[in-house]
Design a protein around this ligand. Structure first.
Ligand code: ADP
Length: 158
């Protein structure tokens, strides 16, 4: 059984994330969407909210699990017996950060490899920050996020 981890902040989950996840699901038997617990990173949605959004958005996807973890993704991967970590690449600006992250992960655990999917052209500009910015300025973001995210914004009065 080939398992992979798709880690991220998911603040909130977007259709760009969903696209990467769907494509990873075509390659791996199980993909664990791992919400990063990073106390130093200020998020709009709490950890619990981000997990609840993911549960609603991904309900019915049989080979997807959702979890959260504080610590190195490679340590989580080792604990659950996964050898691959999924990430997405949009513009070249993502490359530098992702390359550094991949090198650090490989330094921490040589047995685990990163697998990258390139953003689809219709999602290449979509990020959680762009979605939050547009929504805060009254733009309809429904084409960019799953309905569960729209509900979560509404619930927050945003
Ligand atoms: P992090 O804070 O760990 O970068 P994000 O939730 O911002 O978490 O992103 C998780 C992963 O998904 C990253 O590898 C990011 O590059 C990728 N990603 C985010 N948005 C898109 C998108 N629109 N298309 C492809 N990959 C994306």
């Amino acid at each position: 059984m080939k398992k992979a981890i798709y880690p991220g902040s998911f603040d909130p989950f977007t259709n760009g994330h969903l696209d990467i996840l769907n494509r990873a699901c075509a390659v791996f038997d199980e993909v664990i969407v791992l919400v990063a617990v990073n106390a130093s990173k200020k998020t709009l949605f709490s950890l619990l909210e981000r997990v609840e959004i993911l549960k609603a958005a991904l309900a019915g996807k049989e080979n997807v699990r959702i979890d959260s973890y504080e610590g190195l993704t490679v340590d989580y991967a080792r604990q659950v017996g996964a050898r691959h970590i999924i990430r997405g690449l949009r513009a070249v600006t993502d490359f530098e950060y992702e390359f550094q992250l991949a090198s650090a992960n490989r330094f921490a655990n040589h047995d685990i490899d990163m697998v990258f999917f390139m953003a689809s052209s219709d999602h290449s500009f979509v990020s959680s920050s762009v979605v939050k910015d547009l929504r805060a300025n009254g733009v309809d973001v429904s084409p960019l996020v799953p309905p569960a995210v729209l509900n979560a914004f509404t619930k927050k009065g945003l």
